[in-house]
Ligand binder design. Structure first.
Ligand SMILES: [Mn+2]
Length: 548
């Protein structure tokens, strides 16, 4: 008996030794991992902002990035803002820019606007805000970031007596940035990875309490530039008097009468058409006015270039978006950006959202030390991220509707059948694919109710054999209003160019718990009729309701 036990013990000991060494290895590995993660996490905590980064990586091919996360975290921790008073940092930035030697890091370090905002609030500094539109697409977000940087440099060069801090506001809620995969990808390529800590979002406490508060304080010195729209969103209409500048390419809604003169009210829209495809083209034109042949910071250059390519559909003639001004901006950026030093940065901290194959396509000469991007590869990568059918097929109806939603206020309204507001969501999938999603009716009804609009539309766009296929859905609480707009679109000469025809067959969500609202679905023959064209038509009709 004893012998047997001893024999068991003897045969067990090598197994125990093996298990022991395995567990030591596991403990060491776990400690190392926890240590590296812990550092980045503790830094996220210091700014009391939640990190939703992991959720935004889904679907895109990933490069393992533990080491990189560490680097980013250390960079953030060492951020200049935490150690020096803001004035000296801003001055340093301006000085290094004017010395033209090394311009590469300036734009990125400027973007630590969260700390700059805290500083401004604590010190009661003069603040100028720059914000894009409610839909918050790439153009709105990037043009706000870029123009803020340019204006901050100008303030510093002019040596204002009163220190002005220029802050861009990302015009979508913090949680929604991850839905904009083209923006995520472009920021990643440009080396801007600390989106959680650095940027200010429209729903941040600092913004809703201090910068864009729910009541306008009479003592507030803050001013505001609207980019990519020319009428402040209705939820902030009480702040209308803060607006001192508009840089846009949509039809002028004649709001903010205090903003006058071509310099301050710069709206690239003439005779019913936008004269540039992108607000970023307007920002690029400004940038080069003051550049004196110095190369543009590569991160900034890449962001502006990416958005102009997206908005102009890489100047594809069939798309009918890009103008000569857009092409000129593209050429300026390609030729006068500091693509050389950018290579070092790409090599030390490679983007995490694209794999090496795509990197080689976008930067074909990276091995020769030239990181000038291939415009077609850059455009296609961004466009694929934006239109990725895989993403749109997994999104809930609610996410599809909120990803690119705009609310329009009807200028003049009267009569019993009045429509005071119209909401339009753009979605990048076919209407059928949206209609068959789970909970379509329930999600639509709750989204429409919470948006509080009188007429709600969904504009669907997908591509079939490379050709745009546009569809439109109209709904609302009052069937009479929905039918009246439907008749207008089908029959009125002003709407004829959209080539609207009704779709009779329509899938209805049978599992809906809410009452099915009145819905009309149309096919839109003219592929060029985007929301920029459709919204003014609907608004124009709404404002004539009193004459019915
Ligand atoms: Mn735009």
């Amino acid at each position: 008996m004893m012998q047997m036990r001893r024999r068991q013990k003897q045969s067990l000991s090598p197994i125990l030794a093996f298990l022991f060494s395995i567990s030591i290895i596991i403990i060491l590995w776990a400690t190392a991992t926890a240590f590296s993660r812990g550092i980045s996490r503790s830094i996220f905590k210091t700014s009391s902002l939640r990190s939703n980064r992991p959720s935004l990586l889904c679907g895109l091919s990933l490069v393992p990035s533990t080491g990189r996360r560490l680097t980013t975290a250390f960079n953030s921790f060492n951020s200049l803002y935490k150690k020096q008073p803001i004035r000296s940092i801003l001055s340093t930035t301006a000085m290094s820019l004017s010395s033209s030697s090394h311009t590469n890091d300036n734009f990125i370090s400027y973007l630590n606007t969260n700390d700059a905002a805290r500083y401004a609030i604590d010190n009661d500094s003069k603040v100028h805000l720059i914000m894009g539109n409610e839909a918050g697409d790439a153009d709105s977000i990037i043009s706000a970031l870029a123009l803020s940087y340019i204006q901050q440099q100008q303030h510093l060069k002019n040596e204002d007596i009163e220190e002005t801090i220029v802050l861009p506001i990302v015009s979508v809620p913090r949680a929604d940035i991850s839905l904009r995969r083209d923006v995520m990808l472009l920021l990643d390529l440009a080396g801007i990875t600390n989106l959680d800590d650095d940027l200010l979002y429209i729903d941040d406490d600092l913004v809703t309490r201090h910068l864009l508060p729910s009541t306008l304080s009479t003592t507030s010195k803050a001013t505001l530039t609207l980019v990519d729209h020319n009428r402040i969103r209705s939820s902030l209409s009480h702040l209308s008097s803060m607006v001192t500048e508009i840089v846009d390419h949509h039809e002028d809604e004649n709001s903010h009468e205090q903003v006058v003169g071509a310099e301050k009210r710069s709206i690239a829209y003439e005779n019913g058409v936008a004269t540039v495809a992108s607000t970023c083209t307007l920002i690029t034109e400004r940038l080069f006015q003051n550049q004196n042949n110095r190369p543009i910071d590569a991160s900034l250059g890449l962001l502006l270039l990416g958005v102009i390519l997206l908005d102009s559909v890489n100047m594809l003639p069939e798309a009918g978006k890009g103008t000569a001004r857009d092409e000129e901006a593209i050429q300026l950026l390609l030729q006068h950006t500091d693509w050389t030093t950018y290579c070092d940065k790409l090599k030390t901290t490679p983007p995490s959202l694209v794999d090496e194959t795509i990197m080689k396509k976008i930067f074909p000469n990276i091995d020769d030390g030239n990181c000038k991007p291939d415009r077609t590869a850059l455009f296609e990568t961004l466009s694929n991220a934006k239109n990725d059918p895989k993403l749109w097929s997994v999104l809930s109806v609610n996410d599809c509707l909120r990803i690119d939603y705009k609310r329009f206020i009807v200028p003049e309204q009267s009569s019993s059948l009045s429509v005071s507001s119209i909401g339009l969501s753009s979605v990048l999938l076919s209407m059928d694919s949206l209609l068959v999603k789970d909970n379509f009716i329930d999600d639509l009804t709750s989204y429409m109710t919470s948006s509080g609009v009188d007429l709600f539309g969904i504009m669907a766009l997908n591509f079939q054999d490379g050709k745009p296929n546009r569809e439109l859905l109209l709904t609302g609480n009052d069937p009479k209003i929905v039918d009246s707009f439907a008749d207008y679109l089908l029959n009125h000469p002003d709407a004829a160019f959209l080539e609207i025809s009704e779709r009779s067959e329509c899938v209805v969500d049978k599992g809906a718990s809410s009452e099915i609202p009145h819905i009309r679905v149309f096919k839109q023959g003219n592929g060029k009729g985007s929301r920029k064209q459709v919204a003014p038509i609907l608004l124009g009709y709404a404002s004539t309701f009193s004459k019915l």
